[in-house]
Design a protein around this ligand. Structure first.
Ligand code: FAD
Ligand code: SF4
Length: 479
């Protein structure tokens, strides 16, 4: 390389984000990653090459103008940076924290060829947080906002206030539709409020993001289970011309082994909901505690398992062990979260599958029998399958078992809609590009279509569906 300035920029290492001290962080639910300071953000932004053909953008499911928002940080125009982000992403503070950038934009970044990509996630988080701290989050032009409040077009109902539903609602509102979001829980945010703990995504971040969506004129009706408290048919009669279903994958899978009905066995969904949404960790300030033992086994090794294990540790469990049937290489959780869990003292019992849970005379979990495995040939997921090693059985003393082996589509609403086509896994059979379903006026996206996936994929689906709904309403009703 001839240009010495360019050579210097390329050879500069990525600015790492600081983290809260381990001993301090395991005592509570304060956020672990501390974010960039202004100087760190500008330093990191200066490493971006502002590529003519930015590969990072092709790695982003919602096509954020990544070099554009980074360039604005470089110029210390933070409001401008947030404006660029919000053109494509209504939840930048969320995505900056939980998106698997290492598999998306950062993986595609040209500087990753040398294993040193731009820390895009940290910069996105910085722009969003800086806006919040300085009170400059409102980047949406006031003229455009007036339009969303005045030129109300057809009514659209969005079911589920997770990232897919909120994104779809925000985009439709910007197009001038009158949007109502119906949410069964008492807070909007989906998994972002009931699943992901505050130490990864503080509740105040979601409040801010939901506030922005409300400010676009979107009405959010909480505590409303569509399919139980109100039907789609009734909403149609009330004048809603189209529906977006983003009800997620909230149905926990269980192991199907003996002893799973004992006291002290939780689904990760229940456990995390009690801890995060019901604020069990703030007991007695909140009168909704959760029972936690001393020796906890968490089955599974995805993000849900890491979150459950780290919550259990913070609630005072002495020993928390992840039980996983394959090796670390095959673990689906984000690398960063696996490292955080290890730092916090979570143990890993790998190549191990539960066989049976034993109980005390009064019905509480006492221990768990497990099978040791070795790795065999790859299965349909491309990962090497666990093969039991004959005779290698171990017994682990546990008093709490948290099952985090996956979730299926939430059946509450879709089981009441026989005319809506589903696939073999019970998910809505929708076109992933458009969100179209077997029902003319019903569109769907996010985990209810794909099965458990990621926040940004759910948001991408919400965005695409908003465009299709706009096309559908225009062609059918004219506005
Ligand atoms: P959800 O977020 O599930 O939202 C669906 C909403 O619909 C819920 O609020 C639900 O209450 C509501 N609802 C359901 N039925 C009805 C009804 N009948 N009427 C009204 N409302 C209804 N992804 C990442 O990218 N990074 C991570 O780090 C990450 N960590 C995760 C950790 C955990 C613990 C979990 C569970 C998931 C994690 N994910 C992560 C996955 C990600 O959160 C999901 O893919 C994403 O939230 C899916 O969005 P969604 O809008 O499709 O559904
Ligand atoms: Fe910057 Fe990397 Fe994107 Fe190029 S590919 S514009 S270096 S973030």
């Amino acid at each position: 390389m001839k240009d010495p300035v360019l050579k210097k920029v390329i050879s500069k290492r990525q600015t790492k984000m600081k983290k809260r001290d381990v001993q301090e962080r395991i005592k509570g639910f304060e956020e672990v990653a501390l974010g960039y300071s202004e100087e760190e953000a500008v330093e990191e932004a200066k490493r971006c090459l502002d590529c003519k053909k930015p590969l990072c953008v092709s790695g982003c499911p919602v096509e954020i103008n990544i070099p554009g928002f980074i360039k604005a940080i470089k110029k210390r125009d933070y409001k401008g940076s947030l404006r660029v982000l919000k053109e494509k992403n209504s939840l930048p503070a969320v995505c900056g924290r939980v998106c698997p950038q290492e598999d998306q934009c950062e993986k595609a970044c040209i500087l990753n060829k040398k294993g040193n990509p731009i820390n895009i996630g940290a910069l996105e988080r910085f722009a969003a947080d800086h806006g919040k701290e300085t009170g400059k989050t409102d980047t949406y032009p006031s003229k455009a906002r007036r339009k969303t409040h005045e030129a109300r077009r057809s009514k659209v109902a969005v079911i589920g206030a997770g990232p897919s539903g909120l994104t779809c609602a925000a985009d439709l509102a910007k197009m001038g539709y009158k949007v109502t979001v119906f949410e069964s829980l008492h807070e909007a945010g989906g998994v972002l409020v009931y699943g992901i703990p505050d130490f990864r995504l503080p509740g105040s971040i979601m409040e801010e993001e939901v506030g922005f969506i409300r400010s676009l004129g979107v009405e959010i009706k909480l505590n409303t289970v569509v399919g139980k408290s109100v039907s789609i048919e009734k909403l149609r009669k009330d004048g809603y011309r189209s529906f977006f279903i983003g009800t997620g994958a909230g149905l926990p899978y269980f192991l199907g082994i003996e002893g799973e009905n004992l006291n002290g066995v939780y689904s990760a969904n229940e456990f995390l909901t009690r801890v995060n949404l019901m604020k069990a960790y703030m007991f007695p300030e909140y009168d909704t505690p959760v029972r936690i033992g001393n020796n906890i086994a968490v089955i599974g090794a995805g993000n849900v398992a890491m979150d459950s294990a780290r919550c259990a540790k913070r609630l005072g469990a002495k020993n928390v062990t992840i039980i996983y049937r394959r090796t670390e290489k095959e673990m689906p959780a984000r690398r960063e979260e696996i490292e955080n869990a290890k730092e916090e003292g979570i143990k890993f019992e790998l190549l191990t599958s539960p066989l049976k849970i034993f109980g005390t005379d009064d019905g509480w979990v006492r221990s768990m029998e497990c099978q040791r495995n070795k790795l065999g040939d790859p299965d349909s997921s491309g990962r090497r399958r666990p093969v039991p090693i004959e005779g290698e059985i171990l017994n682990i003393g546990v008093d709490t078992v948290i099952c985090a082996i996956g979730q299926g589509p939430n059946p509450l609403l879709i089981s009441t809609m026989p005319e809506l086509k589903k696939n073999k896994k019970g998910a809505i059979d929708a076109n992933v590009e458009t969100g179209a379903t077997s029902m003319e006026d019903v569109f769907a996206g996010g985990d209810i279509v794909t099965g458990a996936a990621t926040v940004i994929q759910a948001m991408g689906a919400g965005k695409r569906a908003a465009r299709t709904i706009d096309g559908y309403i225009k062609s059918k009703y004219g506005n």
